[in-house]
Design a protein around this ligand. Structure first.
Ligand code: IPD
Ligand code: CA
Ligand code: CA
Length: 262
């Protein structure tokens, strides 16, 4: 991948993350996207504007899919996929667990992913075929061999109050079978933590393309496995996801199947 793409993605993610951190805890203006649990703040939009401007300054004919603005620009063989603030609910409440995600797809394949956590100043980078990195350190998934020895993470859909398949049954089933299930509130950080071997696995039933684009590449480039809930390829436009170190993947899929069967 051309060095320019990498530096634009890293620079935009870092600048947006630094902006978010500088305003964190200052009671952002909150509005709601269709449900009382689906929040957006004025800082999501400020971070998003900064990233879109940074991409367009260098690549004015590219397409961008960004969570709050939708598709802008294009059509183009290059599409940037942006989550300007992953962890909005944390941010709105002043919890310092959130990050920025920027990915680049070329001809429908993710080639580059950057996730920046401004609270820990951790910048995760993945490039297809060239590994996943945290600073100068190459990332590798954990070697945990069984679900019983694993630490997992998950998240719940914003429609949790309305739908029946809301992940609570799955949460219970996994909680009884592993060492713990964490619920930190940032899908992108879960992927990065699986890539870094901090978590052994992560699943979630309803996500957006911006939640998975950079993170899924991160896990794959760190030697892990990413599938849909049946073990098939991800639907990257409406993803439901299982990401793991590979070793516990089939056990995770079996638990999901058992829960679905009732
Ligand atoms: C959300 C977070 C959360 C996950 C949700 C996502 P947002 O993203 O990643 O952890 O459970 O599914 O939508 O709305 O904070 O960008
Ligand atoms: Ca998100
Ligand atoms: Ca977001």
């Amino acid at each position: 991948m051309d060095e320019r793409y990498r530096s634009v993605a890293i620079d935009a993610a870092r600048r947006a993350g630094t902006l978010l951190r500088s305003e964190a805890g200052k009671h952002p203006q909150i509005s709601f996207k269709g449900s009382p649990t689906n929040l957006v703040t004025h800082m999501d939009r400020r971070a998003e504007a900064l990233i879109i401007e940074a991409i367009y300054a260098e690549f004015p004919t590219d397409a961008i899919l960004s969570e709050e603005r939708g598709t802008v620009g294009g059509p183009s063989s290059r599409r940037w996929i942006v989550d300007p603030l992953d962890g909005t609910t944390n941010y709105a409440h002043g919890v310092p667990v959130f990050c920025v995600s920027v990915a680049l797809e070329v001809d429908g394949q993710t080639r580059l992913g950057v996730a920046y956590d401004p609270n820990l100043d951790e910048c995760f980078l993945a490039e297809r075929g060239r590994g996943a990195w945290l600073g100068g350190e190459r990332l590798a998934v954990s070697e945990t061999p069984t679900l019983g020895e694993s630490l997992l993470a998950t998240g719940f859909p914003y429609s949790i109050r309305e739908i029946t398949r809301n992940n609570l049954a799955e949460f219970g089933a996994f909680s009884r079978r592993c060492q713990g299930v964490r619920r930190m509130g940032s899908a992108v950080l879960y992927f990065c933590y699986v890539a870094a071997g901090r978590l052994d696995g992560y699943w979630e039933l309803r996500l957006g393309p911006w939640d998975v684009a950079a993170g899924a590449l991160m896990v794959e480039e760190a030697g892990g496995r990413v599938t849909n809930l049946d073990g098939g390829p991800l639907d990257r436009e409406r993803p439901a996801v299982v990401a793991s170190n590979g070793r516990i993947h089939d056990e995770m899929l079996r638990v999901l199947k058992e829960v679905e069967a009732g």
